[in-house]
Design a protein around this ligand. Sequence first.
Ligand SMILES: Nc1ncnc2c1ncn2[C@@H]1O[C@H](COP(=O)(O)OP(=O)(O)OP(=O)(O)O)[C@@H](O)[C@H]1O
Ligand SMILES: [Mg+2]
Length: 178
Amino acid sequence: VQIAGVLGQVVSTLSPTALKKGVTLKVDAAADLPELLGDPDRLRQVFINLTENALKFTPQGGSVTLRARGVEGEATPGDAQGFALLARVEERIEVRVMDTGIGIPARERGRVFDPFYQVDSSSTRAYGGTGLGLSIVKRLVDAHSGAIRIEDNEPQGTQVVVTLPLGRPVEAVRSASG
Ligand SMILES: Nc1ncnc2c1ncn2[C@@H]1O[C@H](COP(=O)(O)OP(=O)(O)OP(=O)(O)O)[C@@H](O)[C@H]1O
Ligand SMILES: [Mg+2]
């Protein structure tokens, strides 16, 4: 799966919503990112959901950015057999859904992936929905052996960070001494 293509489809699907709301929606992804192993429909569902949330919780005049990058895996210390692990392999793809909206308080970040959980479930709550989107997203990301977390966006808003493995192992190379 070429993630840049998936994110492009998400933006075409949701740009009418963004336009109606007066929120800028853009994608920032290198075209030459390595391919992921995965289900393109499910991955599209993940980023549609996250982008719908970002648009929903971002007021007029704000922006939503989908950013994809290759990230290097953690280096494993060289082993005893004269092998060194090549640490600079692009091991994962990281996609950030960044918005300038109302944000998610740190104490809520562990709970928003629970089914039906919504921040501020008061009767005066201004946003619709059922609270299921992120629980489905979490299951789909898990099914891809990926991870999902929430960070602050600076100076305001939310970043939902999804990391997806490329599905190939880090290459081991013989060190010069071995
Ligand atoms: N980008 C975001 N900015 C601020 N709050 C968010 C954002 N994304 C999710 N949330 C919070 O997390 C809650 C759970 O999100 P989730 O997508 O599961 O449910 P929902 O969007 O309320 O409903 P549904 O997705 O079922 O339509 C939201 O109700 C909201 O309180
Ligand atoms: Mg949602």
